[in-house]
Write a protein that binds this ligand. Structure first.
Ligand SMILES: [Zn+2]
Length: 365
């Protein structure tokens, strides 16, 4: 079909082809979504449906990176090997800036919301029909799950609202903050995806598309399922230490574990109080939220990491510091990053220092 578009055609013919492509996209979408729904409800769960979407998107050529080219390195503390960070060297990720699809729509399609990459109406023509998503309903809210074309981990998916709505967290004019709706959806998705980790990167805290609300989820890697932040959290719980603040980590982190409803109520309430105490500086703050659900889906763990909007990068790392870096896995992709890795310029302490660059204390008073 694609070669036909390049032939010199009259406008009526072009419009017919555009309508035909549109119709083909909708038909393929409907068939795929019905197959994925069947997988989800017949025991595969949302996680199973997304793994099938991943296969579909690998076959269609939309997923451009094979994770086998990714190298992982572990850097442990020399005296306490239970403390560690990971580096992921992912060279093909550097290509992502050159592969964002068409920038101008064919006849019959319009650019919506300045070409936003998470609006379905744009995705259809930008990716020439190759990118398909899965519609996920969560109470009254609806989302599309889209595969990441340059994944960092297995089944790396972006779950974006169907409507174009901002990624900003909801600070109201008086400076109060109510994250209960945001967390409700993040946690709701997580409980349907045991074995996955999910996160929300606030604007200036790693969000790559700040114009359109989205979460990211990925499946735990089989070989190294626990992330450095989670390991510190587990040791905190096992040692019976009181409180929800983690120690031994370069960032300020609050953690809640328990049944989803209780975690949601406790975290939303605590964060609202925290925001009140930080009213004077709240407009300069943002956050990462990270959530994981245990394998039977009964208990969740939620992490809240406050961030300063002016601190987006850490020394010694070219990319943004987002949820994965906050979890303790830093993504290296540039040649400068690789040179640092090859010349022995990376160790536990250098990575700790990189993360500490974005450390934002809970309170300044
Ligand atoms: Zn959008």
């Amino acid at each position: 079909m694609r070669h036909l578009v390049n032939v010199r055609l009259g406008s009526d013919q072009r419009n017919m082809i555009a309508a035909d492509m549109h119709g083909t996209y909708e038909k393929t979408w409907a068939e795929l979504n019905s197959r994925l729904r069947e997988i989800e409800v017949s025991g595969g769960g949302l996680g199973g449906a997304l793994m099938e979407l991943e296969c579909h998107q690998q076959e269609s050529g939309f997923i451009k990176l094979n994770l086998s080219s990714v190298e992982r390195h572990v850097f442990a503390h020399p005296e306490d090997p239970s403390r560690f960070f990971r580096v992921q060297y992912n060279p093909e990720r550097a290509l992502r800036f050159s592969g964002s699809g068409l920038s101008a729509p064919p006849p019959g399609s319009d650019i919506k919301n300045d070409g936003c990459f998470l609006c379905r109406d744009n995705i259809r023509w930008q990716q020439q029909g190759a990118e398909m998503g899965y519609e996920v309903h969560l109470g009254e809210n609806s989302y599309y799950a889209w595969m990441n074309p340059f994944p960092l981990l297995p089944t790396h998916v972006v779950i974006a609202t169907t409507e174009h709505t901002s990624q900003e967290w909801p600070v109201c004019e008086k400076g109060t903050l109510d994250v209960s709706k945001l967390l409700n959806d993040l946690v709701g998705l997580s409980t349907r995806m045991p074995g996955y980790l999910g996160f929300y990167n606030g604007v200036n805290a790693g969000a790559s598309i700040p114009g359109h609300l989205h979460f990211q989820f990925f499946k735990r890697p089989d070989d190294e399922p626990e992330f450095p932040l989670e390991c510190v959290g587990r040791r905190h719980r096992e040692s019976g230490r009181d409180g929800m603040f983690l120690e031994d980590y370069p960032l300020d982190v609050a953690m809640w574990t328990g049944v989803p409803e209780e975690v949601l109520a406790q975290a939303s309430g605590w964060i609202a109080d925290w925001a009140t105490r930080n009213r004077k500086r709240i407009n300069g703050l943002t956050a990462n939220f990270i959530v994981s659900s245990d394998l039977d889906g009964d208990a969740i763990t939620l992490y809240f990491i406050p961030r300063d909007r002016s601190k987006t990068h850490g020394d010694g790392l070219s990319g943004l510091i987002g949820g994965l870096e906050v979890l303790g896995e830093l993504v290296f992709s540039s040649s400068e990053d690789k040179a640092l890795l090859d010349t022995g310029g990376v160790d536990f302490f250098s990575l700790e220092k990189t993360l500490a660059c974005v450390r934002t204390p809970f309170y300044t008073d």
